[in-house]
Design a protein around this ligand. Structure first.
Ligand SMILES: *Cc1c(COP(=O)(O)O)cnc(C)c1O
Length: 360
């Protein structure tokens, strides 16, 4: 607290990111990073940008990141996405923050699930946007029929975080049709691990904004690149806010690295398939140890054990050098969210959990 703070700062409850420990020998399964390195083409592109003594770094990057937006539009050619329908930002967290300001800040409260990405209430607080939470069903699924209140917008991740549950596109279409006056933001941070992207619906629904990140399925959490796809007027709103805040959210290395990552479809396919395969193997191993494991379409699983306290399990895993995410929040305090690591990391986790849950 300080008398120098703006009044709004006193009222903020900032997001608390998952721990980034200094010790590198830990098995880090707490923030849904990808266990595989990025495509080798990313490294080559960044090295290329740094050639000639890094002279290009003297110059500002392209404020509109045209090259990256063209690469993203090309990736969605089957859905006829044009470059002006693509917005890029410094991680999808920044894209989401701009979307809250540009598209969700109206008179009416916005709606999001009671169990969801914990950044949404933080942005609502920052921009003083009222929100209503809509409870997930007992099976932790989003029930679109429960999104009936008059609202200034709707946002949810698909698959949802931290549950991993996937909503089919038909349900998203129902929501879009039911709320033509509101923007529906679908945060597809994990869609590449098992779902169908709502980008397919963008040209049919004027109120849809789909947000993606390169942090999870492209192994680039450290490069900070996210993007949004929607009809042109929605993208223009994001650009207006962005250009009122920071004209150069993506640096030169991020732009060329992201272009290379998106171009390497083959590498993307092989790493995402490997993670999907590891996820199913891990799910079966934990089911065999007596865990309840929600079906997941993401690069993490959400699990609980009927006889072991989740907080205690997390603490004991930590003593063994394995970190997972435990949220002390209503309805989910007995669950752990575990990122799908390499097969070796998954095996270490299963071994540790086996020791912890097997009666001595
Ligand atoms: C990881 C994550 C993000 C943020 O991704 P960045 O692009 O790294 O900022 C956004 N939404 C959800 C649901 C996430 O899990």
């Amino acid at each position: 607290m300080s008398r120098y703070w703006s009044p709004v700062v006193h009222r903020l409850t900032p997001y608390v990111p998952g721990e980034q420990p200094k010790l590198s020998q830990l098995v880090k399964l707490n923030t849904n990073e990808n266990p595989y390195p990025p495509s080798p083409r990313v490294l080559a592109a960044i090295a290329g940008e740094l050639a000639a003594d890094g002279r290009s770094l003297r110059l500002y990057p392209d404020p509109n990141a045209e090259q990256l937006r063209a690469a993203i539009a090309a990736r969605y050619a089957e859905f006829a996405i044009a470059v002006p329908q693509v917005f890029v930002g410094n991680g999808s967290d920044e894209v989401l923050a701009l979307a809250f300001m540009a598209l969700l800040r109206h008179e009416l409260p916005i709606l999001f699930p009671d169990i969801t990405y914990s950044f949404y209430p933080v942005y609502s607080g920052l921009y003083e946007i009222a929100h209503l939470t809509v409870p997930l069903g007992d099976d932790f699924r989003i029930r679109v029929e429960d999104y009936s209140a008059a609202n200034g917008g709707i946002i949810f991740p698909n698959p949802n975080a931290p549950t991993g549950c996937l909503l089919p596109l038909t349900a998203i279409e129902q929501l879009l049709r039911r709320h033509p006056q509101s923007v529906v933001v679908v945060d597809e941070a994990y869609i590449d691990f098992g779902g169908e992207s709502a980008v397919a619906l963008v040209n049919h629904h004027a109120n849809l904004l789909v947000v993606h990140t390169l942090s999870k399925s492209r192994s680039l959490a450290g490069l900070r690149v996210g993007y949004a796809i929607g009809q042109r007027d929605l993208i223009e709103a994001l650009e207006r806010v962005k250009n009122s805040f920071n004209s150069y959210p993506l640096d030169r290395l991020a732009i060329v690295g992201a272009v290379a990552a998106i171009a390497d479809q083959e590498y993307f396919e092989s790493t995402r398939q490997a993670i999907i395969h590891s996820r199913e193997t891990l799910r079966n191993a934990l089911l065999a140890l007596g865990f309840d494991v929600l079906p997941s379409a993401a690069n993490f699983i959400f699990v609980r054990h009927p006889r072991h306290d989740a907080g205690e399990l997390a603490a004991r895993l930590r003593q063994r050098g394995i970190i997972v995410r435990h949220f002390r929040l209503p309805r989910i305090e007995q669950y752990l969210r575990i990122t799908i690591g390499s097969d070796e990391q998954c095996a270490l986790l299963v071994q540790a959990l086996q020791e912890l849950v097997t009666p001595q």
